[in-house]
Write a protein that binds this ligand. Structure first.
Ligand code: PLP
Length: 453
């Protein structure tokens, strides 16, 4: 970018951006995205981009779904706001809670609403503490997450997140949050170790951590069925079975953070379904409204719900909640969004079109920069390496990923560079030909970046 427009200048002057280097931002300015259409967004110069990340892993139905606009407008006109505190409620929140519980085929029994995934995970931490206090085991409070896991940015949820940038400079993580090994077979697997043996070792690592901390102090394990923001990391074969067995052995709650994997991303309605996870607590957000409005939900099974309900009676209230918990416009939009996902068969589309995406990306496996191609359904990553044979990463780590991310803009493609892994997570409405177009633009980008190295 050469000279900055007045709008860019005002953005620099008045806005501090999330996940942005503010010094660099003041030099290069922002890209201003003006409008959306299907899988595409357009900047203020009229340039079209394939939104290969569905925004932030989140826009299932595309960027101009009129039915969601209409649902929001209808609810705005009828009841733009009401709360759900102190025995009040409204129809959209009732309907959505019922719908979410029914979606889990009886596994979960109640829903609690928040505005974001971070708030939802913060809520989960408080629920786990409340639960163990109610059970008279006040020492059982630690929660184990994974290195490279992502669970949000509030003080407590950032402590669950296992990524250095979320801790550095913030005096985090809090001491009650512990991290176990990232189950990335390509990076963490040992020579000659099978994927199943690696999964066994990951479960042993978890057990060793629990024993070091003292099982009586460890309350829960949280994981994304497939890790997203940490680099689209797939659970190795048999991983979830083995991890769950360890959790049950030590009477720990299992929390499935389905903020990215919920509502079809992996080609199943939930990631838990795909990997036979039986969570006590499930966290949903993003695709719940296609991110048209902020909303998240915490689903509890009977076991947890019964204890929390009883304790709220003992203490006089469940002293937690947000002004906008179950916001009527957000929940109305979520209901219509789930209708669209169902009517258009978007979960099945993620499975079938996802297969096309996985095959097309794996066709790049021989490219000199490509170390690993991984993913399932409509989520994937291509990890770039300096040396394929030894899997040697680039030095500095992330430099080539950043170059690909930047260059892809020239080809009308928005992707995410996570260190040197390039992530893909397009809207669930994407078609086969659009998948090929997206992968072609990526392949061209990759060739161009390769020539510059
Ligand atoms: C798995 C997971 N959990 C939680 C969050 C946090 O959600 P939010 O950004 O809405 O706070 C995210 C966001 O990317 C996520 O991917």
């Amino acid at each position: 970018m050469t000279s900055l427009s007045p709008a860019q200048q005002r953005d620099i002057t008045y806005q501090l951006h999330p996940y942005t280097n503010a010094v660099k931002h003041s030099q290069i300015g922002p890209r201003i995205i003006e409008r959306g259409e299907g899988i595409y967004v357009f900047d203020d110069q009229g340039k079209q981009y394939i939104e290969g990340m569905a925004g932030l892993w989140s826009v299932a139905v595309g960027f101009n779904e009129q039915r969601l606009v209409d649902a929001a407008q209808r609810q705005m006109q009828k009841l733009p706001f009401y709360h759900t505190f102190t025995h009040k409620t409204h129809t959209p929140s009732i309907e959505l809670a019922e719908r979410l519980v029914q979606c889990t085929n009886g596994q979960m029994s109640t829903a609690f609403f928040t505005n974001s995934g971070s708030e939802a995970n913060d809520t989960v931490i408080k629920m786990v503490w409340y639960y163990n206090n109610a059970l008279n085991r006040p020492e059982k409070k630690k929660i184990i997450a994974r290195n490279r896991g992502y669970h949000g940015v509030t003080v407590a949820s950032a402590s669950l997140t296992g990524l250095a940038p979320n801790h550095r400079g913030f005096d985090l993580p809090l001491p009650a949050m512990k991290h176990t090994t990232c189950p990335h077979y390509y990076r963490e697997g040992r020579p000659g170790e099978t994927e199943e043996d690696f999964a066994t070792r990951m479960a042993s690592d978890l057990e060793a951590l629990i024993l070091r901390e003292g099982p009586e102090t460890v309350a829960a394990f949280i994981g994304e069925p497939v890790m997203g923001a940490g680099g689209v990391i797939m659970p190795p074969n048999t991983y979830w079975d083995k991890i769950q067995a360890v959790c049950r052995k030590y009477d720990m709650l299992i929390i499935a953070d389905e903020v990215i994997t919920g509502f079809g991303r992996l080609g199943t309605l939930f990631g838990s379904e795909k990997y036979r996870i039986q969570p006590d607590i499930m966290v949903l957000s993003k695709q719940i409204t296609s991110s048209y409005l902020p909303l998240a939900a915490v689903l509890l099974n009977d076991k947890v719900n019964a204890v929390i309900t009883r304790q709220s009676g003992e203490l006089g209230t469940f002293g937690h909640g947000y002004t906008a918990s179950g916001h009527p416009v957000a929940t109305a939009v979520a209901i219509e969004n789930l209708n669209i996902i169902q009517e258009k068969g978007l979960v099945d589309n993620a499975a079938s079109t996802g297969q096309v995406l996985q095959t097309a990306l794996r066709a790049l496996a021989d490219h000199p920069l490509v170390g690993e191609v991984r993913g399932t359904g409509l989520i994937a990553a291509v990890e770039l390496v300096a040396d394929k044979g030894s899997r040697r990463p680039f030095d500095p780590l992330g430099s080539v990923g950043a170059a690909v991310y930047e260059r892809a803009h020239e080809h009308g493609l928005l992707v995410r560079g996570i260190q040197d892994s390039i992530a893909f997570c397009p809207p669930l409405i994407i078609t086969e030909s659009q998948v090929h177009d997206m992968v072609d633009r990526f392949a061209t980008t990759l060739d161009e970046v390769h020539k510059t190295l």
